[in-house]
Write a protein that binds this ligand. Structure first.
Ligand code: 5AD
Ligand code: SF4
Length: 440
């Protein structure tokens, strides 16, 4: 079903890295139907918004972006407008009711049906959870992009049901992709020049599956198998739940040099009372002990986290317990959010913290976390790190890439090319990046 003239597809991605990966896979699926990607929305034959539902603001952004598409659609009624992602899953037909300019709505588990939907050969709204792996029905990774880093989804969905979170409803139950498929996809990416792979999952460290040896593998074992691929130099994974940090995964951080010394391990709060109300199923002390074990395995690891300010019932004491936990761990960066009630989640009906109080707490969290971020960056000065060049920098002869610790590093390297993995001495720290010097 390839059409003679290429059609142009514009994709806007909101939210997490999982969506970035999904957008790439949808672009590849549509490429088989003759669509090429465009950066210019005004030129597009199809506009696809890959949405995020995690907080209220994220969902509202979709509706304001759709509103802004009205003049374009009025001018060119044949323009196809699609909504994908978690808002599509959560709101379904409500989207076409509220925004009649939308032609199709596709949930995250139904992306393999997108080409048929765009051709008008499938319903306009598909939000079912099929039994099969959607990736089986998506074309193999296309050879279009030449970047040294790639995402690879290994797990989707979440069974944790934190009281504030929509993910178990939008992305469904935890499903792990089979190890052989993941290894094949990784080898494929490496054959195309990828040197760093970030394994993705809403609960990525909950990944499990049957390995080549017929045994049940966890993420630590999968990482060791991936590390055997020649040409794959760096492995990362996100996002993890503290309760799924298995021993073999912690060990892998100590034993596997390709596994980068950086871990995003959200804790959300430092108060046991709030953690319980959030249904996190661990205490602050358990989290701190886990951090100790991870640091024992890999002393230089940098840790990051997510925090929610103003969860229903949170008191000043609870908030202070969170600040205290942050002080005790020392994070390299962290994301903090004001609690946002999400319809359908258990916490949505609970009495909310006064907005001005929640704002003040968020502010305090952010101030402390940015201080820690500055300190973590400054502590890199003078150290030697690996840097994988991802693109040319702003200045002539300059390259920019990520350090082992995921900092952006600018380096003068006129002879270097994208994809080079080099040793660098860190010279200086700027607010959001580091500056380094090439070592021979
Ligand atoms: N309100 C505020 N923050 C939320 N998060 C998830 N749901 C909510 C919510 N309802 C945050 C959590 C999670 C991150 C991805 O988003 O901190 O780890
Ligand atoms: Fe947003 Fe969560 Fe969906 Fe990712 S999984 S797009 S963070 S709602």
């Amino acid at each position: 079903m390839t059409s003679p003239t290429p059609k142009r597809l514009f994709i806007k991605t909101y939210g997490c890295q999982m969506n970035v990966y999904d957008s790439q896979r949808m672009a590849e699926a549509m490429a088989a139907d003759g669509y090429v990607l465009t950066e210019d929305q005004a030129q597009a034959d199809m506009v696809l918004l890959n949405t995020c539902h995690i907080r209220e603001k994220a969902a509202e952004k979709l509706y304001s972006d759709l509103g802004r598409l009205k003049p374009l659609k009025a001018e060119r009624p044949d323009l196809k407008i699609g909504v994908a992602g978690c808002v599509a899953q959560a709101e379904g037909e409500e989207i076409t009711r509220r925004m009649p300019l939308v032609d199709l709505v596709v949930g995250p588990q139904a992306y393999h049906r997108l080409p048929a939907m765009a051709r008008g050969e499938a319903p306009a709204v598909v939000t079912e959870f099929p039994a099969e792996d959607k990736f089986d029905h998506l074309p193999a990774r296309a050879a279009t992009r030449r970047t040294p880093t790639a995402f690879l989804t290994v797990q989707e969905g979440c069974d944790k049901f934190c009281a504030f979170c929509v993910v178990p409803y939008t992305r469904g139950a935890e499903v792990s992709r089979p190890a052989p498929r993941i290894l094949t996809e990784a080898r494929d990416l490496v054959a195309r020049g990828v040197r760093e792979i970030t394994l993705l999952g809403q609960n990525v460290n909950g990944w499990h599956g049957e390995g080549a040896d017929g045994r049940e593998w966890g993420l630590g074992r999968l990482i060791r198998a991936l590390a055997e691929i020649d040409g794959l130099d760096r492995i990362r994974y996100a996002t993890s739940h503290p309760n799924d940090m298995a021993d073999d995964l912690i060990e892998a951080h100590g034993a596997e040099p390709k596994l980068m010394p950086y871990l995003h391990l959200p804790v959300q709060s430092g108060s046991d009372r709030v953690l319980k109300a959030m249904n996190r199923k661990h205490t602050a002390e358990q989290y701190l002990r886990l951090i100790d074990r991870i640091r024992a395995a890999r002393p230089d690891i940098l840790l990051t986290s997510d925090f929610i300010a103003g969860f229903p019932g949170e008191t000043d004491d609870d908030h202070r317990a969170t600040l205290d936990l942050i002080e005790r761990v020392g994070f390299a960066t962290a994301f903090s959010f004001k609690y946002s009630p999400r319809p359908g989640t258990p916490a949505a009906d609970r009495a909310e913290v006064e907005p001005s109080v929640a704002d003040a707490r968020l502010h305090e969290l952010q101030a402390l976390l940015s201080r820690q971020q500055r300190e973590a960056q400054e502590s890199m000065v003078g150290r030697e790190v690996g840097v994988l060049f991802e693109k040319p920098g702003r200045e002539p002869g300059q390259m920019v890439g990520k350090s082992d610790y995921l900092h952006s590093v600018f380096v003068d390297a006129p002879q270097a090319k994208v994809g080079d993995l080099v040793r660098v001495r860190i010279l200086a720290s700027a607010p959001n990046s580091l500056q380094g010097q090439l070592l021979q």
